[in-house]
Design a binder for this molecule. Structure first.
Ligand code: ZN
Length: 310
């Protein structure tokens, strides 16, 4: 058998890929995939397979639809935000050694991934918001990894294939995935509830979701997300009651800025309510940062409840 080149790696996932619009399995036609009911063809550009709905294609092309326009602006503002985070002062000298300056913890991630893959031989893990597929290397046991990421450029590794698609319309068949990882991208979804619906749809019953998400106190969330500068400033000042003066002061540059680096901001209660409606919660580890907390959440797709035998 010919060795599979990195550009060919995603064909090995054909058995679980589906049309992102109607979820029908796709037919391979040479180097393309075809959905018969939708009469749509999905092709590769820069060696990466693109699986967008018509709505997703419009969003990627710079739709004038307001939520998606804000999403594109937020993605473009992301690099600026990352640079600012790198310049930010350290959390504190007493932070554990595995905790990075943005509050993420290697140990918490390692434990979460271990819990989500426990007991399954080479589980199929879908990483929603995978960037270039870098998280594939963070699993301590062998997994079959597939990344989903709208902005991925080119193929990076044979072991971590990534397809281009949106979290709100996953190109996967119902109930076929052993685990979903969603790492530090939940606040970039235009519709977080819809993305969670999609994750629940593609997971097998009882399979695990590993969600790593930043949550904010209510005033901090509004200091970052209010549509007017005056509103953001008022909430940044009000946030001193929640996070202290020094932490609240770090909100001011962003409150004054015209751009935002995220699409949505969530409080802990909002994330928990969204999850509880779709998943069974297994564990939550909370890692505090200056103005937010990073939650490491292990949840399971609900299995159908059996009716009691009378
Ligand atoms: Zn279709």
């Amino acid at each position: 058998m010919d060795p599979v080149s990195p550009a060919e790696a995603h064909w090995s996932y054909l058995s679980v890929l589906a049309c992102p619009s109607c979820h029908t399995p796709l037919l391979r036609e040479n180097l393309q995939l075809r959905c018969q009911p939708c009469e749509r063809t999905y092709t590769r550009t820069e060696s990466v397979l693109s699986l967008f709905t018509p709505e997703g294609e419009r969003a990627m092309a710079g739709s004038h639809d307001a939520p998606w326009s804000r999403w594109r602006a937020a993605i473009e503002g992301l690099e600026t935000w990352r640079k600012r985070q790198r310049r930010a002062p350290r959390l504190s000298s007493s932070s554990p050694a595995d905790v990075h300056e943005d509050g993420t913890s290697d140990l918490a991630l390692e434990r979460l991934l271990a819990a989500c893959t426990e007991g399954i031989d080479r589980p199929l893990i879908v990483d929603v918001g995978a960037k270039d597929g870098r998280m594939a290397a963070r699993f301590s046991r062998p997994v079959r990894y597939l990344g989903v990421e709208p902005f991925v450029q080119g193929v990076h590794s044979e072991d971590s294939p990534v397809v281009r698609a949106l979290g709100e319309s996953l190109p996967l068949q119902n109930g076929t995935v052993h685990g979903v990882l969603c790492h530090a991208v939940f606040d970039y979804f235009v519709d977080g509830a819809r993305a969670l619906d999609e994750m629940a749809r593609v997971l097998a019953p009882g399979a695990s979701l590993a969600l790593v998400v930043s949550v904010l106190t209510p005033h901090v969330a509004h200091a970052r997300a209010s549509h007017t500068r005056a509103g953001r400033l008022w909430h940044a000042l009000s946030a001193t009651r929640e996070v202290g003066v020094r932490a609240a002061a770090t909100l001011l540059p962003q409150a004054l800025s015209l751009t935002t680096a995220h699409t949505q901001f969530y409080t802990r209660n909002e994330v928990m309510a969204l999850l509880a409606a779709r998943f069974e919660l297994c564990s939550v580890h909370e890692q505090p940062t200056r103005t937010s907390s990073v939650l490491y959440i292990h949840a399971r797709k609900r299995t159908k409840k059996r009716l009691p035998v009378i």
